[in-house]
Design a protein around this ligand. Structure first.
Ligand code: BES
Ligand code: ZN
Length: 664
């Protein structure tokens, strides 16, 4: 049986259940299987349905066209302070208010430009909403073309992490980085924080002179480290792609237009691991048209980075946990690169349409992997993802099993994207590819990226485009009911194409033989297994094993203490469920050092099931907390607070300090 947390981000479950009950109370019934969508007249007015529930901004009244930042980083105070200047386009002739999103910001001053003069404007900062932050309403009776806000961030801004030198690889200089998606940009810049609005930006940033500052903009590989930096992002981007990082960062090229920024101690390992990045860019260009962002660089973050990767334009942010020495986890780079087309070029108008970003990107990622590493590797990755989706989707409330999520369904923007958006989304596109044929479908996608380039769109805009350029062009290839089921229905449609992996057939036989006979597969077989085969082996084990079985696997394959986070996130929960406490010390070390939620939340989820595990979880968290990112801290706090451990039936597992040393 595959044991994967029910959601890509496990704590989503309770939030969604809550939202589901709201839906039920509201009298809405989720779409059933193949039911056609309601006739247009029954649909809510487009405006209401398309409103971004995670922003106070009013895009139909006024939009930001350009943002100019002038900021100072203060590592001692852990703040960013300065000004944000908006060039505005007033849309509604009656509008005289600019509403911005903020969270935990101190607003010092608001001014508007009139006739070349800056004059004070009246404003009101509302009490904070727990999810959305504080609405900042600025009175602009003259509908100023430019407005300027002077502000300071809070030391615990949800979108920033400030690391002391001890928390870095080199231990000499402090580090700081942002993570703006989904709605954390507002914690370091006051802005219209909705992906429906796109703008260009520029920035002047000062910092202590020994620290290098980078942004999601035109970073110069030859930039001088002098504490004074300027940036320009000439393409229009949505706010969740605003990004900044500062630390002891050095650059090494991979190709003419691509390279790596990392701490000196990491740079060479990173360059070796990600050496295929240029190949990936060239492949994607061949498939979907030119890369439109000039440079493509990677920034390697400290292990506390809460995600695997973040597609900040021109500079993807990447977790160091994928640097494992054999390039086996570099599909993460293919994914973040793919967002340069699906997401950054054509963007979801709100998180409800998350699959337009993540589903398209997971599909494109797989195409890049196929082209650079071969079909067997891309098939294995599809199977791993789909097994996890199949396992998790059955326990999800029906409304969130749909690709396009109904308004009001998702409350917490950090958890808006589940395995459905990623893997059901990618599956839908593969279904279309197989029905229409690869060549016509590639041409269609290329046209789609071109047509909607630098725009933010909804699912319905995609469907209208697909109807004209694909469905109606090749009539009779798919039915309307099939499309409706994929996009608005729950579960996995019967029309889903099945992917088989030859290699996994061998893994399955080996696993079954071992479970039946306690005979491990011959060395010459397992020696040739890639990370993907090991992941599949672990994924398909029973939920718990005997102590003897755990010890046998660990003795042969040294899972405890593994340097591979994808293996760790599967092995440690299995160890916890199986009461294999020999893994505790290594598990605790891994969980405290790594902040990537996907890797450590399954471990916390497994730990909090028992009293002794909960005690260990609390012990790890107490130690790790100062080094965790605010997003990770929030997730762990929630799991611990909501824990309902089963009363101890077996003897308590030993705490970390008394645990046997790790085998490896
Ligand atoms: N854009 C996402 C990260 C994200 C999603 C941040 C939603 C905040 C809210 C990024 O492209 C992503 O999907 N990262 C994945 C890696 C990928 C290979 C599936 C991750 O972090 O695990
Ligand atoms: Zn993504």
């Amino acid at each position: 049986m595959i044991r994967i947390p029910p959601f890509r981000f496990p704590q989503l479950a309770s939030v969604l259940l809550l939202s589901l009950s709201a839906l039920v109370i509201g009298g809405c019934k989720p779409d059933a299987g193949t039911a056609p969508a309601p006739p247009a007249s029954e649909k809510p007015p487009a405006e209401a349905a398309d409103r971004d529930e995670h922003s106070y901004a009013e895009p139909d009244k006024v939009v930001t066209e350009d943002l100019a930042l002038d900021l100072a980083l203060d590592f001692d105070a852990r703040t960013i302070a300065g000004t944000a200047t908006y060039t505005l386009q007033w849309k509604d002739p009656a509008a005289t208010e600019l509403v911005l999103d903020t969270r935990a910001l101190t607003i010092d001053k608001v001014e508007g430009e009139a006739g070349g003069q800056w004059q004070s404007l009246q404003y009101a900062l509302a009490d904070a909403d727990a999810t959305l932050g504080s609405k900042l309403t600025i009175q602009a009776p003259d509908r100023n073309a430019r407005i300027r806000v002077t502000y300071t961030t809070s030391p615990d801004a949800s979108g920033l992490q400030w690391l002391t030198p001890e928390m870095t690889e080199g231990k000499k200089l402090p580090f700081m980085f942002s993570q703006s998606q989904q709605i954390h940009a507002r914690s370091w810049v006051p802005l219209q924080d909705t992906p429906a609005i796109r703008y260009t930006y520029s920035a002047h940033v000062t910092s202590r002179p020994d620290v290098m500052v980078l942004m999601s903009a035109d970073n110069d590989p030859a930039a001088q480290r002098d504490g004074d930096y300027t940036f320009k992002m000439p393409q229009k981007i949505p706010s969740y792609l605003m990004a900044i990082a500062a630390g002891d960062l050095v650059f090494k090229p991979i190709s003419e237009r691509s390279g790596i920024w990392a701490e000196p101690a990491t740079i060479d390992r990173a360059v070796a691991e990600f050496a295929d990045t240029e190949k990936m860019i060239a492949t994607t260009e061949q498939l979907y048209g030119p890369y439109r962002w000039e440079r493509y660089d990677l920034l390697i973050l400290p292990p506390s980075f809460p995600y695997g990767g973040m597609e900040n334009p021109r500079l993807s942010f990447i977790t160091p946990t994928v640097i494992v020495g054999d390039k086996s986890l570099v599909s993460l780079v293919a994914h973040e690169l793919a967002h340069s087309w699906s997401g950054n070029l054509v963007t979801f108008a709100s998180a409800k349409h998350g699959w337009l970003n993540e589903g398209f990107t997971s599909y494109v990622e797989n195409r890049i992997v196929e082209s650079v590493y071969g079909k067997e590797t891309s098939d294995m990755e599809f199977v791993i993802a789909r097994n996890a989706l199949k396992e998790s989707i059955v326990s999800m409330p029906e409304p969130v099993q749909a690709l396009a999520v109904k308004p009001g369904t998702v409350l917490d923007a950090d958890d808006a994207l589940s395995a459905v958006a990623y893997d059901k989304g990618a599956w839908f596109l593969q279904f279309l590819e197989q029905r229409f044929g690869r060549e016509p479908f590639d041409a269609f996608l290329r046209g789609y990226f071109d047509h909607f380039a630098f725009q933010s769109i909804t699912t319905e805009q995609f469907l209208a485009y697909a109807k004209e350029h694909l469905f109606d062009k090749y009539p009779g290839t798919v039915t309307d009911a099939e499309i409706q089921e994929w996009v608005y229905g729950p579960g996995i449609p019967a029309s889903a194409p099945q992917v088989m992996s030859r290699n996994f057939g061998i893994v399955d036989s080996a696993r079954l033989a071992w479970l039946g006979s306690a005979q491990l597969p011959p060395r010459q077989i397992t020696d040739a297994w890639s990370t993907q085969e090991w992941l599949h082996f672990l994924d398909s084990l029973p939920a718990t094993l005997t102590h003897e079985q755990m010890a046998q696997l660990d003795g042969a394959y040294h899972f405890t203490g593994t340097g591979n986070g994808e293996i760790a996130m599967r092995w440690y929960p299995l160890a916890v469920r199986s009461g294999y406490s020999e893994a505790n010390a290594a598990l605790a070390e891994f969980t405290a050092r790594v902040g990537r939620r996907k890797l450590i939340m399954p471990i916390y989820d497994a730990l909090v099931q028992t009293e002794s595990g909960l005690a260990l979880a609390k012990e790890i968290f107490a130690k790790a907390r100062p080094g965790y990112h605010p997003i990770t801290t929030g997730s762990v706090e929630k799991v611990i607070a909501e824990a309902k451990p089963a009363p101890a039936a077996e003897p308590a597992a030993p705490a970390v300090d008394e645990a046997a040393p790790a085998t490896h």
